[in-house]
Design a protein around this ligand. Structure first.
Ligand SMILES: [Zn+2]
Length: 602
């Protein structure tokens, strides 16, 4: 029998089966029971918390001919049609996949017609914050005077991006993140029903990675089970989630508390080799140190199970100040990560500082952490390591200036000299930097003139064909990237491509910084694109906020060229444009280049 994705199979079909949102589901059920239904709802909350499920159930209940105490019966013709997505009175629009102006205008034109099968016409608009300004305005007009038979359900993960004028016309429900315990409970329930064996530790890892989202938790389970395995085990879960091995994290924490820098560095290197990121490791250490602290303070370990058998015995006599200091240092390191492309350095600096005796850092008489008789790294060791690092930094700086002086760099290798090197030169760290130099360094700079120049370069040579090629391999990337990396595909959008480069728009500025610094990830993405497209493209990232401005600048400064090229081509039917201020011919040409709706904003 073909494997049916758990995520689909266990999608809730009634309000009662939506977990952790009782306040919301009860209110919706009551509204239906009393027949007092508002015309517009706004479901806000993190991804995977049940917004779309609730919207579908609500739409179904509104049109069910055999309501069961506010719940849809799931048996009548309307319910069945709704489940199959063939109910003509329930319309779903995904604002993320288009800007929606046309769809919303169509709604505005058709909204006055009565429903054909059910009692209500229900419009579900997912990720409503992605609608363009034009679409929001069209939607607002409809929300101002909604006909009796129409219900809008808007869903969003980013409430702050929804215009206040829309919010004020809706009844708002805030969906909350699902707790780890509830995620685990639900996974256990489903796996028990499916007769699938599992290790509790594996579910704990999945719950941690899913970060409050049931959909993510279930799709990770689906991935694990799709390898034709009949059980969910810990090792597979660690592997598929790219999650730092918890047991190793415990060992790293113990090494730090033991002031054993060598051991901490070696264990950490091991984690990095397995694919964990610096941020991942620091997050985990903070999490674990906080939990340890709580156990020491409260003297109980209710639901936390540690993987190292005598972990609690080992930590219970350590003074709490040691934990505060460690958490503080780790937070600083996390912050430093945002400003450097050498992701390993802040982590290693942290390991060394955190494992050195307190008085070295701070003359105040904080109690010294001592756990066992293991030898701590001596000052001499640290000094030698520091000297070695300094030499590496000097070498690297020299290498980089040599490279910069070469007349031409291959397009695959973009080096920038003003990266983190001078900043870290004064800080101690241990590992040689050769790891970073093994691969060609793909670095993309932040929002600077340099970045802009790169984007311009791509735009000058952009072709529609290349953009199509990249867009066509996107679904293939979905299938090969690890779960933890798939989020990348949601955040990145290819917006222009030349025969050897592609510009990808980055949804969030913070993510732009992280992604720009993540050479491994960009490297893998580049490799996969090459594999599927059978052609190599260098990735140039641009923050979402910058993209429109850069593109506008480009279009305006190349107006004449674009027009000249345009004249050589066959006349393309000019569409009505929302932005009359820019020559429509130029917009058309720009459309040829970018392949999406050019929406030049002033
Ligand atoms: Zn029904």
């Amino acid at each position: 029998m073909a494997y049916q994705a758990l995520y689909r199979k266990w999608r809730p079909r009634t309000f009662d089966s939506v977990i952790c949102q009782e306040a919301i589901t009860d209110t919706l059920k009551n509204a239906i029971k009393r027949g007092k239904v508002s015309h517009a709802f706004l479901f806000a909350g993190p991804r995977g918390t049940g917004k779309t499920s609730c919207a579908k159930i609500f739409a179904k209940a509104l049109n069910c001919t055999n309501l069961q105490d506010g719940e849809p019966c799931n048996e009548c013709a309307n319910c069945l049609a709704a489940d199959q997505g063939s109910m003509p009175d329930i319309m779903e629009i995904d604002a993320a996949s288009n800007n929606g102006v046309d769809e919303i205008r169509e709604i505005r034109d058709k909204v006055k017609y009565a429903p054909t099968e059910g009692k209500y016409k229900v419009y579900i608009i997912d990720e409503v914050h992605m609608l363009s300004m034009g679409a929001f305005n069209a939607l607002l007009k409809t929300l101002e005077e909604p006909p009796e038979h129409v219900v809008f359900i808007l869903a969003t993960t980013e409430l702050q991006k929804v215009p206040a004028t829309i919010i004020s016309r809706t009844q708002r429900y805030n969906f909350k993140r699902i707790s780890k315990a509830d995620l685990e409970k639900r996974m256990k329930y489903i796996l028990d029903q499916e007769n699938i064996k599992y290790e509790d530790k594996a579910l704990a890892v999945i719950a941690q990675v899913a970060d409050g989202g049931m959909r993510d938790a279930l799709s990770i389970l689906d991935q694990l089970l799709s390898y034709e395995k009949e059980s969910v085990n810990y090792d597979d879960a660690l592997q598929i989630t790219g999650f730092a091995d918890r047991e190793n994290i415990e060992k790293i924490l113990l090494a730090l508390l033991n002031q054993d820098a060598g051991q901490a560095l070696a264990l950490t290197q091991n984690e990095l080799d397995q694919g964990a990121s610096s941020k991942n490791i620091l997050d985990e250490l903070i999490d674990l140190a906080t939990k340890s602290l709580m156990i020491i303070k409260t003297g109980e370990d209710k639901q936390e199970t540690f993987l190292t058998a005598d972990f609690i015995t080992q930590i219970k006599d350590i003074p709490t100040d040691t934990y505060y200091r460690l958490i503080d240092l780790a937070n600083k390191a996390l912050n430093d990560l945002r400003y450097t492309n050498q992701q390993q350095i802040p982590l290693e600096v942290f390991l060394i500082v955190a494992s050195s005796p307190v008085k070295e850092q701070n003359n105040e008489s904080l109690a010294q952490p001592v756990v066992s008789a293991q030898p701590a790294s001596t000052n001499t060791d640290l000094q030698a390591e520091l000297a070695a690092l300094k030499k590496q930094v000097v070498d690297l700086t020299q290498k980089m200036s040599e490279l910069a002086n070469k007349p031409s760099l291959s397009t695959n290798q973009v080096f920038h000299l003003d990266t983190a090197v001078p900043k870290v030169a004064s800080k101690p760290a241990i590992k040689p930097l050769e790891k970073q130099t093994k691969k060609p360094v793909r670095k993309v700079k932040k929002t600077t003139a340099e970045n802009r120049k790169q984007v311009y370069h791509v735009l000058e040579n952009a072709t529609r064909k290349d953009l199509e090629t990249i867009k066509n391999v996107w679904p293939d990337l979905q299938s090969v990237l690890a779960v933890s990396e798939k989020a990348v595909l949601d955040v990145l959008e290819p917006v222009a491509a030349s025969p050897d480069q592609v510009v990808m728009k980055c949804k969030y500025t913070l993510w732009f910084e992280n992604a720009s610094a993540d050479n491994d990830l960009l490297g893998r993405l580049t490799d996969y694109i090459e594999k599927f497209a059978k052609h190599s493209y260098e990735i140039v990232l641009v923050p979402d906020g910058d993209w429109l401005a850069v593109r506008k600048e480009f279009v305006e400064s190349h107006k004449d060229e674009l027009l000249a090229k345009k004249k050589q081509q066959i006349e393309i039917q000019t569409e009505k444009s929302d932005e009359p201020k820019v020559d429509p011919e130029v917009i058309n040409k720009a459309k040829d280049l970018f392949g999406d709706v050019v929406n030049v904003k002033d």
